[in-house]
Design a protein around this ligand. Structure first.
Ligand SMILES: Nc1ncnc2c1ncn2[C@@H]1O[C@H](COP(=O)(O)OP(=O)(O)OP(=O)(O)O)[C@@H](O)[C@H]1O
Ligand SMILES: [Mg+2]
Length: 370
């Protein structure tokens, strides 16, 4: 996919912006607080209909304005689509080629992105829900089956938790009904387990070489850690296993009033050789590990959707030494469209940015320099 043009109206510190982008590399240079992250965030909102920031959705509308709008011309399968998101204080309206879209699942995948932000260090350091959130966002972009299954899973999970509480307090509640909900939950759980395992296996095929390429160092891998022990991911075996776990832990779950087993409690970790990066990694190592993860995803996205995603890299050079900055750029410099922000291009080799568009950002205004 290629973003040909992006237009922002009253989005954060941009009042009006109309930009034609390069099909390959685009670099935005600016001092702190000029609007570098805001540009990438606007593209993220356009792709996912929400910001990547964890937790509460921050205010995307420029101060003192009522509404904001993000629109773009995006090339997918050689067809150019017009994507628009109108944002007001309470909701967002999505249009593709002027036609309103009601369901987010019908919209996602018009624009696929892989985004790196400085906050992504939390992917290694932070709590498991941050890692689950990452996998959910990525798989939802490329697999409608995953997105729908995941939404259904959450609905069933909520129902099951409510029913567990009811079973403890009301004599009208019936264990047989819980069993029906449990069966449905198991069915969805298995798809999520299988898809996540497949995704992380795929990452492991790629991540080692990318990390080694940039660092000349050790061996990086990721390890899927579902909250139940799984040896075999075949549907039938996994179904039996989950049935048994829920059967054995019925009393326990009843006491807690919630579902204690399932992919809503999954996790995964990063390992350098056999050392857990969360415990032993330096800041730079962690950053490159996450960048390597994201770069591994490019091939996976292509495999699933036959299209390259757009790569968004916010403030990628800080904390990296000269050699790593250039190796990273060298690696990115491929067929894919990338949008990169940085405060400066110090120590960046000319040959790595020869064909890039270079923009300067000052206080929400953008000017092309190369
Ligand atoms: N809703 C908003 N309306 C207007 N301005 C906003 C809004 N939200 C944030 N800003 C401002 O946008 C400016 C640019 O923010 P941004 O995060 O894009 O900066 P940046 O160039 O990425 O800086 P840094 O190098 O520090 O990461 C900040 O001054 C911020 O106060
Ligand atoms: Mg920033």
């Amino acid at each position: 996919m290629i973003i040909k043009k992006i237009i922002l109206n009253n989005f954060r510190n941009y009042f009006h912006l109309n930009l034609d982008l390069n099909e390959k590399m685009n670099i935005f240079i600016g001092k702190n607080a000029q609007g570098k992250t805001n540009i990438l965030e606007s593209i993220c909102v356009l792709a996912l209909t929400k910001t990547y920031r964890y937790g509460v959705e921050p205010n995307l509308i420029a101060f003192n304005k009522e509404k904001s709008k993000i629109s773009a011309k995006v090339k997918k399968n050689n067809i150019i689509n017009n994507l628009e998101i109108d944002i007001d204080q309470n909701n967002k309206k999505i249009k593709v080629n002027k036609k309103s879209i009601q369901k987010i699942s019908d919209y996602i995948s018009n624009l696929n992105i892989i985004m790196f932000t400085p906050e992504d260090l939390e992917i290694i350091k932070g709590s498991p829900h941050i890692r689950r959130n990452l996998i959910n966002i990525e798989l939802s972009q490329i697999s409608k089956k995953y997105l729908n299954t995941y939404n259904e899973y959450n609905k069933i999970l909520k129902m099951r938790n409510e029913y567990l509480k009811l079973l403890l307090t009301s004599s009208l509640a019936d264990k047989k009904y819980l069993d029906i909900i449990t069966e449905k939950l198991i069915e969805k759980s298995i798809i999520i387990y299988q898809e996540r395992k497949k995704y992380l296996d795929f990452i492991n095929l790629k991540i080692k070489n990318i990390y080694k390429n940039i660092t000349d160092e050790e061996i990086l891998s990721v390890k899927y850690e579902p909250n139940i022990f799984i040896e075999n991911y075949e549907t039938e075996i996994l179904t039996e296993k989950l049935r048994e776990i829920f059967h054995q832990n019925y009393k326990k779950e009843l006491n807690y009033g919630m579902t204690l087993f399932g992919p809503h409690r999954d996790d995964f970790s990063f390992y350098l050789n056999d050392k857990n990066l969360k415990l032993f990694g330096s800041q730079g190592q962690q950053k490159i590990a996450i960048l390597s993860f994201k770069l591994s995803e490019i091939d996976i996205f292509k495999e699933y959707s036959q299209e390259n995603p757009v790569l968004l890299l916010d403030d990628i050079f800080s904390e990296l030494d000269i050699q790593k900055r250039n190796k990273l750029l060298d690696y990115i410099n491929k067929d894919i469209q990338s949008i990169i922000t940085t405060t400066d291009l110090k120590n960046i080799r000319k040959k790595n940015i020869n064909n890039a568009y270079i923009f300067e950002i000052k206080n929400g205004e953008v000017e092309r320099r190369q």
